[in-house]
Design a protein around this ligand. Structure first.
Ligand code: 3PG
Length: 311
């Protein structure tokens, strides 16, 4: 593993630390905006398969235009690259649609509390599927992560099984996505930004037929009329905002994944969830019981213990 951002004594390392700090702050801010507009859209228009597809379509279009106009340098890819990208795109598609289905059924905060358990999935996948072993403290740190998520789930006022399972499936899928992407990005001439762009395009191709099969244009059109008449023309802006911000936050997260290890990435991701949980509870007036909040706090604390144990 690379030494990452340690070694503050060296000026180039210090500069790198500042750069990663800026990436992280931007990533979290963009993600909060995405989560708010995504939920506003889903409340009025409960078609998560379509909104997931639109997010990918919007990102793909933004990048194709950027390449065509040379705002961004197009990547040089070969068939081998797309073949290696395929499993990453399958995992990205599953993780994305599962999280969006989850958020269409439960509070945004609940989805993200369950998603803060992602490090536990990472350890379990590495242990049982990749045969990697970890020091005992790493396994011990899973106790508060899993226990905290479980406590938050059983005390959740608006618990819904599809919402819960969606977040769990998303956790599992994203562990694979992160492991495969880091491998795919290593030593390749494709930057983090372009790598994510290619991932969006391939995921869009994979997701579109499934979205049509599960929901389909008839449902979308009828729901669209209802949402427009209830919300007014700004509904279109909400859809645009959720789609654009989805692409931007993921792009920035991949720009940082380019420079850090998957472990640092997942810690940054958990910290991001704190800002999403707090802001969505305030904005959507989500009811929370003290014991429910305690569960979330224990799970997040567990992630910090995990990161310490893993280093
Ligand atoms: C999605 O729609 O892909 C999820 O909201 C993303 O979850 P993340 O917070 O793990 O990126």
């Amino acid at each position: 593993e690379r030494p990452e951002v340690e070694g503050a004594g060296d000026p180039s390392e210090a500069a790198k630390k500042v750069k990663i700090g800026i990436y992280f702050a931007t990533w979290w801010a963009l993600n909060v905006v995405f989560n708010i507009y995504n939920k506003k859209v889903l409340n009025a228009y409960p078609y998560p398969w379509l909104t997931s597809t639109l997010s990918l379509a919007c990102g793909s279009l933004m990048m194709l235009i950027s390449w065509a106009t040379r705002i961004a340098e197009p990547p040089k890819t070969d068939i081998e690259f797309w073949k290696t990208l395929f499993p990453v795109a399958v995992a990205h598609t599953i993780g994305h649609v599962a999280a969006t289905v989850s958020m269409s059924k439960v509070a945004v905060s609940f989805t993200h509390i369950i998603k803060s358990g992602e490090p536990a999935f990472s350890v379990l996948v590495s242990r049982f599927l990749l045969g990697e072993t970890f020091p005992v403290p790493v396994y011990l740190s899973l106790v508060p992560i899993i226990g905290g998520c479980a406590l938050a789930a059983v005390t959740e006022l608006n618990f819904n099984m599809i919402g819960f399972m969606g977040a769990m499936i998303s956790n599992l899928a994203f562990v694979f996505r992160n492991i495969f992407s880091k491998k795919g990005m290593k030593g390749k001439a494709v930057s983090g930004m372009n790598y994510y762009a290619c991932l969006s395009i391939l995921s869009l191709v994979i997701l579109t037929p499934f979205a049509i099969a599960v929901e389909g244009p008839q449902m979308w059109a009828a729901g669209w009329q209802t949402a427009l008449s209830q919300i007014g023309p700004q509904f279109i802006w909400w859809v645009a905002a959720q789609s654009i911000f989805y692409h931007l936050y993921n792009q920035v997260s991949y720009m940082s994944l380019d420079e850090i290890s998957p472990l640092t990435f997942s810690i940054g991701n958990t910290m991001k969830r704190i800002s999403v949980i707090v802001s969505s509870i305030i904005i959507f007036h989500t009811p929370v019981q003290p014991v429910n909040a305690l569960g979330a706090a224990i799970a997040i604390l567990g992630t910090f213990l995990y990161s310490q144990a893993k280093q």
